[in-house]
Design a protein around this ligand. Structure first.
Ligand SMILES: [Zn+2]
Length: 575
């Protein structure tokens, strides 16, 4: 799961040449796997069991995870040696099970291109108030994100001032209550949010305000104040990247850069002065109220038109190569087999620390740590990522094997192990933009990220799994999942707590399913939640609840099987 926006200096390793990587991968794989492991995993795996959910059991999950989350794999940071070994390990298992390659033609690996881009912007916003117009250029009155999407001109004649632009039911603050902003441009003020709001608890919600307006509420554009952090790529547009990258790169992305996206700009005082010049409240007044976090009104800006002229030239100055691992099992129905149920997890984690260990006053420290250092474990330099997302990685392996060795459902099944999720959903973003099967033939995507623990390590969580997004696009999918759970010998306790759009952790945006949901594919995200070892160097195999993990994998298998045997694609009702 993604923990935060990327730091600018995340030391990307030099890009590998694809051929070199492949050669090294398999040479190293052969050299490092013991002969016994090769025999067990690759030769003697004959379908003793008849597949199906019951064949998903703890010994294999433990065996695979013990390798993937071992120190030998170095924390599986994208572009690293350990990450390449993980790719080879998954691919070789798919081959042994007879799962077909579905990445690049005849390959299990799909090359993912991660672009470092330099932006030259000629974009403007023209504001018209009561017949008078002013144009503000990018960098002079307004600031566009460096990744502002493809060229286009968009005129919006419905503009809504939404106060703080925040829905926080937990804090009894609902700026959008009773408001329909679909198709409107939303304007909000107040970088720190309203009084009484715990700004550290609500950090993700506050920095995600523009995204919430455009992606959840369907606003055509969002305008916030400069300096509120709202232009962050991950928070602002759902596109990953950071500024200040080495090499003069303005942003890093694995997505297409020519697709239009909803404008999301930071505006200056001069812009707001003019925008509110005919409004029921003056900007100076709104601004001083926002500065002391006093209640803000909300109202339509009558007679105001905004024209966004988006015109950026993108120069790709760096291309880094990595891989998704993709396999496919053909369905049994002549018609339906051209459609897919997709299962996914990310097989990368955050890597290892290059620096020395040290003890500080506030606990452990380590130079160059890619995540948290658990006190007392300062000497452990590897972030093994057993739960995040070794657990999902091996669960998808187990599901693939269960289908490969069991009865084939009507639809085909697609298995995608995504690269670079921790760096900004790279692999899934890339796959959604450059799918190896047509994206509209994927009727459902089931994403697994961290299903190996109990939330906060509480025993009371032992039977619980959190589902996110299951009814956002298709209620039918949600119901199929509930039926699948009810069919299990020991049903799990399903919790939808993280599914609240106002969820403080904003979990819905933090793993690979979101890349598919953004393309309209119904998804369910399965997780057992966060805990003290999340993104710490102590997320290790010894702490994994394998039996629970196996039961969740069975639930996902059963859910996928139900969707794959459905005579129609799950209905999109977008409740
Ligand atoms: Zn993570």
């Amino acid at each position: 799961m993604v923990s935060r926006k990327l730091r600018a200096n995340c030391h990307p390793a030099p890009g590998h040449h694809q051929g070199t990587l492949m050669r090294r991968l398999f040479a190293t794989l052969a050299a490092t796997l013991s002969a016994a492991a090769l025999l067990t995993n690759l030769t003697v795996v004959l379908p003793a069991a008849s597949g199906g959910a019951a064949s998903i059991a703890t010994p294999e999950l433990r065996e695979w995870l013990s390798y993937l989350a071992s120190d030998e794999l170095q924390g599986r940071a994208v572009f690293s040696e350990g990450f390449g070994l993980a790719a080879g390990y998954i691919a070789e298992h798919l081959r042994a099970w007879g799962v077909k390659p579905a990445g690049d033609p005849d390959q299990y690996l799909q090359t993912v291109r991660v672009l470092g881009v330099k932006t030259t912007s000629h974009s403007t916003v023209t504001v018209t108030v009561g017949g008078e117009s002013k144009t503000f250029a990018d960098g002079d009155g307004v600031t566009f994100p460096k990744n502002m999407g493809g060229k286009r001109t968009l005129t919006v004649d419905r503009v809504e001032f939404a106060g703080y632009g925040l829905d926080a039911p937990g804090a009894a603050h609902l700026d959008y209550r009773g408001k329909d902003v679909k198709g409107a441009a939303v304007v909000w003020l107040g970088a720190s949010g309203p009084d009484g709001l715990d700004s550290s608890a609500y950090r993700r919600a506050l920095t995600g305000r523009s995204r919430y307006a455009t992606e959840q509420l369907g606003a055509a554009a969002a305008i916030g104040p400069a300096g509120s952090g709202r232009t962050g790529r991950a928070g602002g547009t759902g596109r990953a990247g950071g500024t200040g990258d080495p090499g003069g790169v303005d942003f890093t992305t694995a997505q297409r850069i020519d697709v239009p996206i909803a404008p999301n700009v930071a505006a200056s005082e001069a812009f707001f002065e003019f925008l509110f010049s005919a409004a029921p409240a003056k900007y100076a007044d709104l601004k001083s109220r926002a500065a002391v976090q006093a209640p803000l009104p909300s109202f339509p800006l009558a007679g105001v038109t905004l024209t966004f002229h988006i015109d950026a030239d993108y120069q790709v100055v760096r291309t880094q190569l990595t891989h998704n691992v993709v396999g496919m099992i053909e369905g049994s129905d002549a018609q339906l087999k051209s459609t897919f149920v997709a299962f996914g997890a990310h097989y990368d984690h955050v890597g290892y620390a290059e620096g020395d260990a040290a003890r500080g006053d506030g606990g452990g420290r380590r130079g160059g740590a890619p995540g948290r250092v658990t006190a007392g474990a300062e000497n452990d330099r590897i972030w093994n990522g057993a739960d995040d997302d070794g657990s999902g990685t091996v669960a998808v392996m187990a599901i693939a094997r269960a289908f490969a060795e069991g009865a084939k459902p009507k639809r085909s099944l697609l298995f995608v192990w995504h690269a670079g999720e921790e760096r900004g959903l790279w692999g899934s973003r890339y796959f959604a933009d450059y799918p190896t099967v047509p994206i509209d033939t994927i009727v459902t995507q089931l994403n697994i990220d961290m299903i190996g623990r109990n939330r906060d390590d509480k025993a009371s969580e032992a039977n619980k799994v959190y589902l996110v997004g299951s009814d956002r696009i298709s209620t039918e999918l949600h119901n199929l999942n509930r039926a699948a759970n009810a069919s299990l010998p020991r049903p799990l306790t399903l919790s939808y707590e993280y599914d609240d759009p106002a969820d403080l952790e904003q979990i819905y945006y933090r793993s690979d399913h979101y890349s598919y949901a953004a393309k309209g594919v119904p998804i369910i995200f399965f997780t057992t939640g966060l805990h003290s070892d999340y993104h710490a160097n102590t997320d290790e195999v010894s702490k994994i609840e394998f039996e629970k993990m196996a039961r969740i994998a069975q639930l996902i298998y059963e859910t996928g099987a139900r969707v794959a045997n459905l005579d129609h694609a799950p209905v999109h009702d977008r409740k």
